[in-house]
Design a protein around this ligand. Structure first.
Ligand SMILES: Nc1ncnc2c1ncn2[C@@H]1O[C@H](COP(=O)(O)OP(=O)(O)OP(=O)(O)O)[C@@H](O)[C@H]1O
Length: 228
């Protein structure tokens, strides 16, 4: 599903690589935590998967496509198959929960009848039934993140990338978000999550990839946050 072959990335104007000689494979249906100190290369790794950047050297394959040979006009189709969730929610202000979740499908030109079916189902899945007409600012942080997750999965993406999705949430709310991501993963969506949250990683016992100064220093099945 995702393959990195000897991937290195040095940003222009920088001398130190953000990623160095990364080799790995992530299979369909996996749940993977990406850990490492600030600046270790986690976001760079995620952005390469989305083809927001190209590697300086090496090859990346995502969903059967060699990203090095993917035409620019095909990048939006790639990204439609990859949902994204961030620490800061990134909801559309001035739009209700329903409108936030429906927006992506409307942009894709999906028929209204389909949207009217899928959007309530997705809002229900993330546990926000009854809050369809709320504005994002009328919701708690955890609820806003649930809306962001609903928006990310409404199109049934094959991959969900989450960059510190619990970074702004208290521990109890974070547990709820992780249960939701686990449920989404069990519906056959591959989940890759960058996090600094030791408790969550230690509780969930999923595959852990650890980056250190751009090097992949650990790839552990049913791993923990740190080995120390
Ligand atoms: N657009 C950019 N231009 C130049 N350097 C960059 C850019 N983005 C990241 N870097 C550098 O690349 C390295 C890796 O950064 P990256 O954002 O991938 O780390 P991270 O592990 O996601 O950190 P954090 O946990 O703080 O989000 C850092 O040294 C950073 O300064």
């Amino acid at each position: 599903m995702i393959t990195f072959e000897d991937v290195s990335k040095t940003y222009s104007g920088q001398t130190k690589p953000a990623l160095r000689h990364i080799n790995l494979q992530i299979d369909k249906g996996e749940f993977v935590f990406l850990v490492g100190t600030s600046g270790s290369g986690k976001s760079t790794f995620l952005r390469l998967i989305l083809r927001e950047y190209r590697p300086t050297s090496g090859k990346i394959f995502v969903l059967g496509k060699d990203l090095g040979h993917l035409h620019q006009w095909k990048v939006p189709a790639l990204r439609r198959q990859i949902g994204t969730v961030f620490q800061d929610f990134r909801l559309l202000p001035g739009k209700t929960v329903y409108e936030n979740v429906a927006f992506g499908l409307q942009v894709l030109g999906r028929p209204t009848s389909q949207i009217r079916q899928i959007v309530p189902e997705t809002i229900d899945l993330v546990g926000l039934s009854g809050k369809e007409d709320r504005q994002p600012e009328e919701l708690s942080g955890g609820e806003q993140q649930r809306v962001a997750i609903a928006r990310a999965i409404v199109n049934r993406p094959k991959i969900l990338i989450a960059d510190e999705p619990t970074g702004n949430l208290d521990p109890q709310t974070s547990v709820g978000i992780m249960k939701l991501l686990d449920r989404i993963n069990k519906r056959d969506t591959t989940v890759i999550m960058a996090t600094h949250d030791q408790t969550i990683v230690d509780q969930m016992r999923k595959r852990v990839l650890e980056l250190d100064q751009g090097n992949l220093v650990r790839d552990q099945v049913r791993g923990v946050y740190g080995t120390a």
